[in-house]
Design a protein around this ligand. Structure first.
Ligand SMILES: *Cc1c(COP(=O)(O)O)cnc(C)c1O
Length: 447
């Protein structure tokens, strides 16, 4: 710390980035018309561009940031950890941050065994492999297939794509992927007139039941994003679905994997989304907010029952999976500091009050004549926009950036997933910026 970091002018960085950096989830040619934005630093909910402009991080830098950028508590923990131990391999070694984090996660989830990776997709892979290997170790090697929800998103590595039901992400790789089955999503927007979200949940659970009745003998696990299918466009469902899915998984001897990579750490109002259904999953996948948005880290938590099925004299019955950075001490320390902030800031309660202020500020947006299904769960807001623009998402993103606001709609669903640290100025930037950008984008319909 304390040494100067290299600085480069924004325009220069953009040209150099386009020459040598292959950006994620991007058709690079699009950058000819709309270059990437160089960010020089970030503080709280604000990103500061190399061009001197400031942007509100309305989607928490792809859903990872919780307590704002450059939080002093997390920074201090990382600086302290850097002085002690940067990294050591976790095979044959252990260290305080990984032990303390695993203990904390065990207490918070009731699942006592934590396995680590670096990205969300790796957590998905670990959970799927562990589930199938569990059935193999318990004498049922035929249980090796998976089932997920329509529109589900669990990451984009080849294994994770098997359970990611988003055609655009999967098409080109279809020959590589051993596709999982999909059952209907309990998306509450599918309610028929007079139906409640719980009715939709029961109807979808009936479809799951029919599927499991036929296929349970070769199915290892059901994987779900609890309460919100984020990448599907913030599709919310009633907790009743999770209760019914848990009961069906028990009845048909299929593991329940909850992917809390996006929904974990207070995003849906409770520390973990599945807790709102009062269920205990067999596996929980965590990442994104786990380190407060500072360092890549993922974790898969599981039960004593699963753990014990691997505990044996034969090496091959063990879970022989690893990543070089498994359990990285810096990342684990950032995660511990993030969990400390939940206590220090009484974050879940504070978020309830903050969300009401954001609701009030966003009321004009929710009432906009082109908005359908205005909805919120915890610290997730979404509004479906009725528009004829085929590239609404790209255009809206551009307009929002012009208003100093980072929002990237998914299809025609505009959403906000801000850090938990918005003051009055930031709330106003989010609410009025989102509305102004919507009107500016819709104006392009007639151009
Ligand atoms: C983002 C996400 C993933 C993948 O995480 P990466 O770190 O991007 O690999 C998996 N599942 C869900 C629900 C996610 O939102």
């Amino acid at each position: 710390m304390g040494t100067a970091t290299p600085v480069a002018a924004g325009g220069d960085l953009v040209a150099r980035s386009l020459a040598h950096v292959w950006h994620p989830c991007t058709q690079m040619k699009r950058h000819e018309a709309q270059p990437p934005v160089a960010i020089a630093r970030a503080q709280g909910p604000w990103l500061y561009g190399s061009d001197g402009r400031r942007y509100l991080d309305g989607i928490s830098s792809w859903w990872v940031n919780l307590f704002g950028h450059s939080h002093p508590h997390i920074k201090a923990a990382l600086a302290d950890q850097m002085e002690r131990l940067d990294h050591v391999m976790l095979a044959g070694f252990t260290h305080a941050p990984v032990v303390e984090l695993s203990e904390r996660l065990s207490v918070l989830t009731g699942l006592g065994h934590a396995f680590y990776g670096s990205d969300g997709a790796a957590a998905t892979e670990i959970a799927l492999k562990m589930s199938a290997h569990y059935w193999r170790n318990t004498g049922r090697p035929g249980k090796s297939r998976f089932v997920g929800l329509a529109g589900g998103y669990h990451g984009e590595t080849v294994g994770a794509l098997a359970v990611t039901d988003i055609a655009l992400f999967r098409e080109a790789y279809a020959p590589l992927v051993r596709l999982a089955a999909t059952v209907p999503s309990p998306d509450a927007r599918a309610a028929a007139p007079g139906e409640t979200p719980a009715d939709v949940a029961r109807r979808s659970a009936a479809a799951l039941e029919a599927w499991l009745a036929e296929h349970h003998a070769d199915t290892a696990a059901l994987i779900v994003e609890p309460l919100v299918q984020c990448a599907a466009g913030m599709a919310l469902h009633d907790p009743e679905y999770l209760r019914l899915a848990r009961a069906l998984c028990d009845r048909y001897e299929v593991h329940l994997v909850v992917d809390e990579i996006a929904t974990g750490f207070g995003r849906t109002g409770s520390l973990f989304a599945h807790q709102q259904a009062g269920i205990r999953p067999d596996f929980i996948c965590l990442s994104k907010g786990l380190t407060g948005g500072t360092l890549p880290l993922s974790a898969v938590l599981t039960t004593d029952t699963v753990y014990q099925a691997f505990y044996a004299d034969e090496v091959a019955r063990g879970f022989l999976h690893s990543h070089s950075y498994t359990g990285n001490p810096l990342a684990c320390r950032a995660a511990l500091a993030t969990l400390e902030l939940f206590d220090q800031l009484d974050a879940l309660n504070a978020n309830r009050a903050l969300a009401e202020r954001i609701d009030a500020a966003c009321a004009p947006l929710a009432r906009h004549p082109r908005v359908r299904h205005a909805r919120r769960l915890g610290m997730v807001w979404a509004w479906d926009i009725e528009t004829t623009l085929p590239d609404f998402s790209r255009r809206y993103h551009q307009q929002a950036m012009a208003h100093g606001l980072v929002l990237r709609p998914i299809g025609n669903t505009l959403y906000a997933m801000p850090p938990y640290v918005l003051d009055a100025e930031a709330i106003n930037c989010l609410a009025s910026g989102a509305l102004d950008a919507l009107n500016a984008t819709l104006n392009e319909e007639t151009c």
